[in-house]
Design a binder for this molecule. Sequence first.
Ligand SMILES: *Cc1c(COP(=O)(O)O)cnc(C)c1O
Length: 442
Amino acid sequence: MKYYSTNKQSLLVDFKEATIRGQAPDKGLYFPEKIPQVKKEIIDGIENLSNEEIAFNVIRPYVAETIPEERLFQIVSEAINFPIPLVQVNSTIYSLELFHGPTLAFKDVGARFMSRCLGYFLKGENRKVTVLVATSGDTGGAVANGFYNVEGVDVVILYPSGKVSPVQEKQLTTLGKNIHALEIEGSFDDCQQMVKQAFTDQELNQKLFLTSANSINVARWLPQQFYYFFGYKQWVDKDHPPVICVPSGNFGNICAGILANQSGLPVDHFIAACNANDVVTKYLETSIPIAIGIKPQTTIPTLSNAMDVGNPSNFARILEIFHHQYPDLKNKLSSYSISDDDTIATIKEVLEQNNYLLDPHGAVGYLSLKKYLKANPLTKGIFLETAHPVKFPDAMEKITGKRIEVPSSLTRIMSKEKKSIKVKNEYNELKDYLLRKEVKEK
Ligand SMILES: *Cc1c(COP(=O)(O)O)cnc(C)c1O
């Protein structure tokens, strides 16, 4: 399997090279040359397969010969070694709970898979890689946790100061060792912009080997397909495949779902659930690509902060899947933009009526799905519950009037000391830091 760049100005690479590089040299995103088809026996017999077997079969063609089968099976098994249950909320809506991993958000699977692949690729090679990553909230924690102590890898995380929740901040600033947290005086898009600039800075890239652990990296993006197969495995009415609704920010997760569907997984329709950051919603309403990849929008801070993205990188991959054919895209994908007020009202309503506690991201997903099902009766659906409500204890208490019980893993982390370096929202500050770090370590 080879990968090309969505900008079409870079050479083809294999999975190993795409993982090590992150972004293509022409600033495009790597995309598989061919979308492999999952065997019909796997879809038809999915209920009899273990999650490990399903995941292995899905990812195998993408990794191809770059990792031996036995090793790949082990990596996959470690990446998904926690429950991913489908929970019924009411008569038409189900929640696929992706928050049972170590950092309590769905990004654990991708981060754990990528860190193990990168660790495998760098073993025995004399190159040290610096993983540079921008986070709007949950990526940082998942990447820090996944890469902690991985040999040959140094991690530098950029996060917007004051715009991540206290739990999220502790998850990325308390590990130490090979994990470094930079607190940027700006928004997530500023962080992402700085990271992107670093990848294309020739001087910097001559001095150190940089790669990305954002969902632009294929090793983080592709394993997210697993969720959709696991959801389908637990879906009872196989004659009527589910509508799947995904709380979306950078659009990596939903793009992986659409890819799974293209490779043979039955899905009735996809919904991108967005908060006030609604470029894609607007695009699907008007067909005018207002800002995606062209003119960065300013980010609007919301309650569902991991989705506060004004310029979603992975939308380029969604366009690629549909060969840039707007009617085909529109046929498979709808989008809703949900306000903070409606997010709060939804959390209250679902708690009262169904005794189910949504987190703000899941609430945006739930309400978007509900709106779609209302307009399309006779359908049923799944929304992805992407984070544990306990990651947002203050917001949740304000909304529900109740304190959520905090798991002991979190109380432990909350008592640890935060270690971060404050950095101005200027690219040169990041560059200086990276160069100084490199010199210190030599
Ligand atoms: C990252 C994140 C999202 C958005 O996922 P994308 O793949 O960036 O669209 C949604 N919810 C939570 C809790 C997240 O951490």
